[in-house]
Design a protein around this ligand. Structure first.
Ligand SMILES: NC(=O)c1ccc[n+]([C@@H]2O[C@H](COP(=O)([O-])OP(=O)(O)OC[C@H]3O[C@@H](n4cnc5c(N)ncnc54)[C@H](O)[C@@H]3O)[C@@H](O)[C@H]2O)c1
Ligand SMILES: O[C@H]1[C@H](O)[C@@H](O)[C@H](O)[C@@H](O)[C@H]1O
Length: 337
């Protein structure tokens, strides 16, 4: 097969990064079409990746020069765009979250299950990060004994004013929901959220930071500090506590240390692209190879849906202050499986 011809829907921060990677670093792929609600942005990115602009994302999905699609539009646009790709039976890499509520996410799971093979891969890039992959290997090897707890820190230095408590759960904590399922190999069953004194950086009514406590099927606990406006750096750490030992990732070992004027200064990652650059490229590389065979090689719709379900419970927990059970629908059996 020739190079995979990809349409990128949404070329803001994430989509333009993926488009640039596909055009320059990922073998056997090229970007043929870009689309964005902001036409000027679409044209600017199209020029840098040598693609054409399509104003309507659904026309891009249906275009003759498109074999596969990367969806990097905002979460509320994902459901319709993914479903249109499924209607056309073409592979998709959909950025997280799969959708922004549990019912729409389940619809996508059900629709995909009617097809012969999975076509939707979720952009949970941490699964492709060498540190997370090593931590999972450590868990599955049994070297540290049975896992008991996960402590997670997820801090962004800043977020826009529209990034409210609900988005902190649906857009940020969704990563920890997936990481917990990936590392522990079981579903999350309930969520509780504590809202301490907010930072003065937080817009009125926004609870920033928050502590999220997740319970798993076998009774393990996962705690997450989500802090969207820490003013420090991009800090993502995960510590596993197991019966015979502990292991921590995200310790800034790639930090650049400056020595000047009698002082030593380490520069921390400023954002997700700096921290997860290699993971995004590995994710895309694996997706391209799989998409050329008409399938996926990474987290799928069930993973996307399960994480959305955890977030749905989390949003309710923020609102009510209660412990909220995660309500997962039945996992459909693929018709052709
Ligand atoms: N995996 C990660 O670490 C990661 C990091 C950042 C963002 N994301 C995800 O990627 C997606 C995009 O986030 P972003 O930070 O790039 O946002 P962004 O606002 O920078 O970019 C989104 C772009 O989509 C465009 N757009 C709006 N509606 C559209 C539509 N219906 N169809 C096509 N384009 C549309 C906007 O004009 C904008 O250019 C989100 O789902 C977000 O959660 C994932
Ligand atoms: O969309 C981004 C992205 O998913 C990042 O990985 C996460 O750290 C941010 O909190 C979120 O806003």
């Amino acid at each position: 097969m020739n190079a995979l011809r990809v349409a990128v829907l949404g070329v803001g921060v994430m989509g333009s990064y993926h488009a640039e990677a596909l055009a320059s670093r990922i073998a056997h792929a090229r970007v043929t079409v870009v689309t964005d609600a902001d036409q000027t942005r679409a044209e600017r990115v199209a020029k840098t990746v040598d693609a054409r602009v399509e104003a309507d994302p659904f026309a891009a999905i249906g275009a003759d020069d498109v074999d596969a699609v990367v969806i990097a539009s905002p979460g509320p646009a994902h459901e319709e765009q993914v479903l249109a790709c499924l209607d056309r039976r073409i592979p998709v890499l959909c950025e997280k979250p799969l959708t922004t509520d549990i019912n729409t996410a389940y619809r996508v799971v059900q629709r995909e299950a009617e097809l012969e093979s999975p076509l939707v891969q979720l952009g949970f890039m941490r699964r492709f990060d060498p540190e997370y992959a090593a931590l999972r290997e450590l868990v599955t090897s049994g070297e540290l004994g049975a896992p008991l707890l996960l402590h997670c820190v997820h801090r962004n230095p800043a977020q826009s004013t529209v990034f409210d408590s609900e988005m902190m759960i649906r857009d940020s904590v969704v990563h920890e929901a997936d990481v917990a399922r990936f590392l522990l190999g079981e579903e999350i069953t309930a969520v509780t959220v504590k809202r301490p004194q907010p930072t003065r950086e937080a817009p009125a009514g926004v609870s920033d930071p928050m502590l999220v406590l997740m319970e798993t099927e076998s009774g393990r606990l996962v705690d997450v500090e989500i802090f969207a406006r820490s003013r420090v750096a991009y800090e993502v750490r995960t510590e596993l506590v197991a019966e015979h030992g502990t292991a921590m990732i995200g310790l800034d070992q790639h930090m650049v240390v400056h020595r000047t004027g009698g002082a030593r200064t380490g520069l921390l990652a400023r954002g997700f692209i700096e921290r997860f650059a290699a993971a995004y490229d590995t994710e895309l590389h694996r997706w391209v190879q799989a998409a050329r065979q008409g399938t996926i090689d990474g987290p799928g719709t069930w993973d996307g849906y399960a994480a959305v379900a955890v977030c749905e419970a989390g949003v309710e927990a923020v609102r009510t202050g209660e412990r909220v059970p995660v309500r997962l629908g039945a996992r459909p059996v693929r018709a052709a499986a």
